[in-house]
Design a protein around this ligand. Structure first.
Ligand SMILES: [Zn+2]
Length: 490
């Protein structure tokens, strides 16, 4: 919670690595974990005279990313040199985009909620974020400080990452709480994976985010000095860092202490942010157009083609599941977090004819088994068709809910079909009316006194008859049918 009378002003920058096989301006492979400097060539090493050639796949994936985030792809954009000196940047400049970015003027609606003390969502509401731009650029290399065992006082430069394509997604300062920023990053991560633009895995570093945080008194419209939070290794760390910064800055303002414009890091061990360096301004970089690359032209026809090839976006799918399959917002949202999961659900729901129960079994039972075994949806031993078969058997009344859950666990462990597991466990209920009628007739014949008492008005005895029939059938008679037949016969 933010102290009364104050508000936070937060803008987000996300660097998403576009999922190409090769680098943005040369043919070197994009790979992680190779020998240092093994995936390099004169272009990405920054050797004199080497010329960049734009990778067309970057434009395809960049367009997918832009469209999935509600951005407008610009007809013409310009690559620019961003000049700064750092050992992992061999050319002394980064090829990026500046005043003419690849895409701009985005509007993205996300679902967001504050969280209670236990971290549970309080109430999900839509929120529209202005995304100012997504531009394309190359990544820098990496400085490695680990060193070799006996020469660890040295640092090394590994340029395997240099030239990896990035989309930098910049929002307006529209967020007012750390949870809004948290929900935004999760949304972007999920949508970029969904359209195949990026693997968007923060742990592997192919999605990196930075938050610009300042605070002001409610009613003020200007901006106070902001801090830029960097090196945030997870969305949760980012949220905690923002929360810490809000409290720290409000305290400083109230004590009339200076709040400097600076870059800060999150220190997870001590649960606080620390100063990294004072912040550069854009003019420090002396941007100018990259003379070795033509302006990038994108036609309306190209954009339309990309749009046609894109899958239905998660938001649209979520809404469709809510209206078409009567799912709750929370269930539908959970299902559309992964494309594989959503496809699995839709196939199973259609086949079973019972979308709500299918969602329940998928989100509780099946996902629990997946989490316990560390399997992904694509590796599930239970197919959508077999989950549907199980739900159909449940709906027919042949097995009950608890039995269905037990069967699903066994299907997951053994890879056997629903029908096989049900018959192996002897769960099949007797749903044949003629067979149940026979048992009911026997019970009525054997219990003349109780029948007379029941017919004389002792309604409580109905349960006795149900019990007798169930016992005679060894618990296998379908209780619904037993009830119906008993009512008829008595
Ligand atoms: Zn290269």
């Amino acid at each position: 919670m933010i102290k009364e009378g104050w508000e936070a002003v937060i803008g987000m920058e996300i660097h998403a690595q576009l999922a190409t096989n090769t680098k943005i301006f040369c043919g070197c492979a994009v790979e992680t974990g190779g020998e240092p400097n093994s995936n390099t060539c004169p272009v990405c090493l920054g050797l004199p005279g080497a010329l960049p050639v734009l990778n067309k796949r970057v434009i395809d994936l960049g367009a997918r990313a832009a469209l999935s985030l509600g951005l407008q792809i610009q007809e013409s954009s310009i690559f620019a040199r961003k000049n700064y000196f750092y050992p992992d940047l061999p050319k002394g400049y980064q090829i990026s985009q500046y005043d003419k970015p690849f895409s701009a003027n985005g509007k993205l609606t996300i679902m967001t909620s504050e969280r209670d003390d236990q971290g549970r969502a309080v109430e999900w509401k839509p929120m529209t974020i202005r995304i100012e731009r997504m531009h394309l650029e190359e990544d820098a290399g990496k400085n490695v400080h680990e060193g070799l065992p006996d020469v660890d006082k040295y640092s090394y430069v590994d340029l395997n990452r240099a030239g990896t394509p990035l989309g930098e997604i910049v929002t307006a300062p529209d967020f007012r709480t750390s949870w809004q920023a948290y929900d935004y990053v999760n949304h972007v991560r999920s949508v970029l994976r969904w359209v195949g633009a990026s693997d968007a895995d923060m742990e592997k570093g192919n999605l990196r985010c930075e938050a610009n945080v300042s605070v002001r008194k409610i009613g003020e419209t200007g901006f106070n000095n902001k801090s830029e939070l960097k090196n945030l290794n997870s969305v949760r760390f980012m949220q905690k860092a923002i929360e810490f910064e809000i409290v720290r800055q409000i305290e400083a303002h109230e004590k009339s202490e200076p709040v400097n414009q600076e870059t800060r890091l999150w220190d997870e061990k001590n649960q606080c942010t620390r100063v990294m360096r004072s912040k550069e301004d854009a003019h420090d970089y002396r941007y100018f157009p990259e003379p070795d690359l033509q302006p990038l032209k994108v036609t309306a026809e190209f954009i339309e083609n990309v749009r046609k090839q894109m899958p239905e976006l998660p938001d649209a799918m979520r809404d469709r599941f809510m209206t078409g399959y009567s799912l709750s917002f929370s269930d539908a949202s959970q299902i559309v977090t992964e494309a594989d999961l959503a496809a699995f659900y839709e196939a199973a729901a259609k086949e079973s004819g019972n979308p709500r129960v299918t969602a329940n079994f998928l989100l509780s039972e099946l996902q629990r088994e997946m989490n316990n075994s560390g399997k992904t949806m694509a590796e599930s031993p239970v197919s959508a068709k077999e989950l549907a078969a199980l739900i159909k058997t449940l709906d027919s009344g042949a097995i009950n809910n608890n039995q269905a859950k037990e069967v699903l666990v066994e299907m997951f462990d053994s890879g056997k079909t629903a029908a096989t597991v049900i018959s192996e466990k002897g769960f099949e209920q007797i749903s044949d009316s003629a067979e149940i009628e026979k048992i009911v007739d026997e019970i009525i014949e054997k219990n003349e006194n109780q029948v007379t008492a029941y017919r004389g008005g002792n309604d409580k005895l109905f349960g006795f008859f149900v019990g007798q029939v169930m016992r005679a059938s060894e618990g296998k008679a379908n209780p619904k049918i037993v009830n119906e037949i008993l009512k008829q016969k008595l």
